[in-house]
Design a protein around this ligand. Structure first.
Ligand code: ATP
Ligand code: MN
Length: 306
């Protein structure tokens, strides 16, 4: 897995002919996309000719897809995003990774999140980073610098934003593997990240700051466990943790928005971790809990027994 998720090589799926492969007909393709790309480096001239045909076929399919599926939601997408982003969306639809895209869940300065569905009707959150945000680029640099996973990334806006989306995908993966409750990441292609939708029927789960907690003590305990697992097993510090980046779903906190999360070896990791813990401390202190001090929380996360 890890080796083929490098920026650029990664989930950049060329307009080759996977679609016409009968083995994949009608199936959702997260699992298959990897196979499609590996082993295609040696290409015979016959295969090349086939590829050319497939490309024509693909262009036709995309065109008809745009016509058939045109709706208000698609029109919004077409107005907001550049050609490269649109091609990724159409490509993902053509591969049937995305079957439907509906309304906007959230429209921030840096990214928009759409609600969608896959072929089986499973709800998806489709996060699309805006490639035009110059401010965003400035903000990213401290989090990318000092991360050896991204040392080779060029400093222009576009490659940085692609790396940023890759970073969010990888961080979600690591968190998931460390048994932290996060949305499951499904696929990333350039500035488009698809993950599990947290919520139901297009209605996102509430943020921690939006609701009255029935059992704040329990939520606090779980969060501290997640931060500890993220640190100890995942080797990551969230670096923007607060009641704004935690949802509550099925009585459990779900941590999200991890693009800025850094490896524990990052020069700023310690400072970021303390800030995260201070945010949690402040939030739960207002709920009149018996609280650990920030120092105690820090000890629990980084070392001491839990
Ligand atoms: P902001 O600038 O508001 O922090 P952002 O660009 O950093 O936004 P996120 O924080 O990842 O993006 O997501 C924005 C909002 O979209 C969240 O507050 C949340 O309500 C919703 N959201 C994000 N991920 C999901 C998901 N997987 N399922 C459902 N809703 C989600
Ligand atoms: Mn956020």
């Amino acid at each position: 897995m890890e080796a083929i998720q490098k920026p650029n090589a990664a989930f950049h799926i060329e307009l080759t002919g996977e679609l016409s492969d009968p083995a994949f007909a009608g199936k959702p393709k997260y699992e298959h996309v990897n196979h499609c790309m590996v082993g295609r480096s040696v290409v015979s001239s016959r295969e090349k000719a086939e590829k050319r045909l497939d490309r024509k076929q693909r262009a036709y399919e995309i065109e008809s897809l745009m016509k058939n599926k045109r709706s208000e939601d698609y029109q919004v997408i077409e107005e907001v995003f550049d050609r490269s982003t649109l091609m990724i969306i159409y490509d993902l639809m053509n591969k049937r990774i995305i079957e439907e895209i509906h309304g906007v869940v959230s429209a921030g300065k840096e990214a928009r999140i759409y609600w969608g569905k896959d072929l089986q009707g499973k709800e998806l959150a489709i996060k699309i980073y805006l490639t035009s945000s110059a401010e965003f680029k400035k903000g990213m640099i401290p989090y990318i610098e000092g991360d050896p996973r991204f040392s080779h990334v060029r400093r222009e806006t576009r490659p940085l934003i692609y790396a940023w989306a890759q970073k969010e995908y990888k961080n979600l993966r690591r968190a998931k593997e460390a048994k932290v409750n996060v949305p499951e990441p499904l696929i990333v292609q350039k500035n488009v990240l698809i993950m599990e939708f947290i919520g139901k029927d297009g209605e996102r789960a509430p943020l921690l700051k939006e609701i009255a907690l029935e059992d704040p003590q329990q939520i606090f305990k779980l969060l501290l466990t997640y931060v500890r697992r993220l640190y100890q097993k995942g080797g990551l510090v969230h670096a923007d943790l607060s009641e704004y980046n935690i949802m509550l779903w099925k009585d459990k906190p779900v941590i999200f928005d991890v693009a800025q999360s850094v490896l524990t070896g990052h020069p700023m990791a310690d400072r970021f971790l303390r800030r995260d813990l201070e945010n949690l401390h402040k939030f739960f202190k207002r709920r009149n809990l018996e609280m650990y001090s920030v120092d105690e929380m820090y000890k629990r996360v980084t070392g001491g027994r839990n």
